[in-house]
Design a protein around this ligand. Structure first.
Ligand SMILES: Cc1ncc(C[n+]2csc(CCOP(=O)(O)OP(=O)(O)O)c2C)c(N)n1
Length: 546
């Protein structure tokens, strides 16, 4: 069999459904092998977007999403997506081409050491130098990408290896269970929780990786211990739950941090320090139990006293079985903070000024989205508003990146979410800055006939940086730009462009877009003039008084 054929067979045997990417001439054998495969090629208009789509596919399915590029420039375009998958804990395999490695007449033309370039961004990076090894290398790359903590893997398939012949055979996926936590660590954690006075539960990104929210629901029901989430832990437990305190969209000085300060123990389910910290540990402050698949990475702001390391679902089940709710637990301070925060979160949610204010925007989008509807956020100041104010009802219904926190992933990640969940309503929410970083994928979305709503929050500036600039007392400088006419821009791709003209018309417009097939782009003029006052000052000052 030709090497590229066995490569594709190995991917099929891994259950790969899609390959996102842009082939170059070095991938042509591989491309030809894909022709007769069950794997669908999704051609994109930029490798970075292909990488974001593959990573999001991996994030939502737990199976490695696969992307493809040529050597040199194609591979360098994958770099940001590799970091996105690696930091975000999303399983992804990148396949890149290369010039012949045995004999080549091309000198160093287009040659970058892609294997080494990927080393700090991946769990595994390897050049295939013999067709014979392909099945083992594919298995090893995917094992690395999918294993805890998931991340990026990379295989380079040089042109001359791709067309070799081999009699090697595909290696089937290994079956294995994720190891379980030791009895000793479960017992130690139970002891710490039972003897705490104010235990508090934190739900982070790792808890969103496997669909095991039922066990966390049981733990919360049995113990009555209140919980809060990190940005990437949103939705693991329904945030309408009366024990949900809030989201740590900000790292400090929010209402929620008054509750965190009052805790003497935090049971951390699935958060690791790659995500922006939800709190800062201090000597002599609350203790932390780290419940995760892997041990904690120690950091000046995070040094848990106890680990419960193993399959999170199993750990939560065993903690739930063994724990006895204590009469001495006192959650009154947490609930007091929650009452203040809940009230604060309603402020502005009915404000009908136009351009729309972020609080109203979030409230209206929540109204328009069903429980299982997915919002995929790009990176901008609105991410804080959504993390803080939007109540997620189901796991993985708020896709955001608070690990690499890159701009440009909003549209591609929404597209991947729609591919994985064709029956669910999916919306990309982007700033005008982030959208323009991968707006060319509008063509891909239209070509794939995706039913998608793309919301662009227009402030004609890099708003997030303006907000920080104001916070740091700098003058307003250097962050404004112009924009295309977004309606005409959308229409030129064969999508349907809309521009919001009044705040009240947002919900009906969203409903009509979701009821009309195709890609809809909605330009939403947004008023960020309150960001500095509310996010930088009001929340801090008012929360001090609780
Ligand atoms: C690729 C990349 N470049 C730069 C940044 C730094 N950055 C973070 S948010 C932001 C501005 C985002 O502007 P926009 O997308 O318009 O959203 P807004 O904050 O205005 O709502 C910038 C420049 C980043 N996170 N990622």
């Amino acid at each position: 069999m030709k090497a590229s054929d066995i490569f594709v067979k190995a991917l099929e045997s891994e259950g790969v459904e899609y390959i996102f990417g842009i082939p170059g001439e070095e991938n042509l054998d591989f491309l030809d092998s894909l022709k007769d495969s069950t794997i669908k090629l999704i051609l994109t208009r930029h490798e970075q977007a292909a990488g974001f789509m593959a990573a999001t596919y991996g994030r939502l399915t737990g199976k490695a999403g696969v992307c493809l590029s040529t050597l040199g420039p194609g591979a360098t375009n994958l770099v940001t997506a590799a970091a996105y998958a690696q930091l975000g804990g999303m399983p992804m395999l990148m396949i890149t081409g290369q010039k012949p490695i045995k004999a080549s007449k091309q000198g160093q033309f287009q040659i970058v050491d892609v294997v080494d370039m990927m080393r700090p961004l991946t769990k595994y990076t390897h050049q295939i130098s013999s067709a014979h090894n392909i099945p083992a290398r594919v298995r090893e790359a995917i094992r690395n990408a999918e294993g805890e903590r998931p991340g990026a893997a990379h295989l380079e398939l040089p042109e001359d290896i791709a067309c070799e012949n081999t009699d090697s055979k595909v290696i089937a996926r290994s079956r294995f269970d994720i190891p379980h936590a030791t009895d000793h660590s479960i017992a130690a954690a139970v002891e710490m929780i039972e003897s705490a006075k104010h235990p508090l539960l934190l739900i982070g990104a790792g808890a969103n990786r496997k669909q095991i929210s039922a066990t966390r629901g049981k733990f919360i029901r049995k113990t009555g211990i209140p919980f809060f989430s990190t940005q990437m832990g949103k939705g693991v437990v329904d945030e309408r739950n009366p024990l949900f305190l809030g989201n740590a969209a900000l790292s400090a000085n929010d209402y929620l941090h008054r509750a965190i300060e009052a805790a003497d123990l935090i049971i951390n389910i699935g958060h690791d320090v790659v995500e922006k910290p939800p709190f800062f540990m201090e000597q002599g402050g609350f203790k932390v139990i780290h419940v995760n698949y892997i041990t904690a990475v120690i950091d000046p702001v995070y040094y848990p006293q106890q680990g419960v390391i193993g399959d999170i679902a199993n750990s939560m089940q065993r903690l739930t079985d063994r724990i006895t709710p204590q009469k001495s637990w006192d959650f009154s301070r947490f609930m007091e903070v929650k009452a203040h925060l809940d009230k604060q979160l309603l402020e502005g949610s009915e404000d009908d000024r136009f351009p729309i204010y972020p609080q109203r925007l979030v409230a209206d989008i929540r109204k328009a989205m069903p429980d299982d509807g997915i919002i995929a956020l790009d990176n901008g100041v609105y991410k804080i508003w959504f993390a803080r104010n939007y109540k997620a009802h189901m796991p993985n219904t708020v896709l955001l990146d608070n690990a690499l926190a890159t701009m440009g992933a909003g549209l591609p990640s929404a597209m991947a979410a729609k591919i994985v969940h064709p029956d669910r309503k999916v919306m990309a929410i982007c700033g005008d800055g982030g959208f323009m970083m991968n707006s060319q994928e509008m063509e891909t979305a239209v070509r794939l006939k995706l039913d998608l709503v793309v919301l662009i929050l227009r402030d004609d500036a890099y708003g997030m940086i303006k907000w920080k600039q104001a916070n740091m007392g700098f003058d307003d400088f250097g962050l404004d730009y112009g924009n295309p006419n977004f309606v005409r821009y959308a229409n030129s791709y064969g999508a349907t462009g809309h521009c919001l003209k009044s705040t009240d018309s947002l919900v009906p417009l969203l409903e009509s877009c979701f009821n009309t097939p195709g890609v809809h782009l909605i330009e939403v003029p947004v008023d960020y003039s309150d960001n500095d006052r509310i996010l930088n000052r009001d929340i801090k000052e008012r929360s001090q008084k609780i």
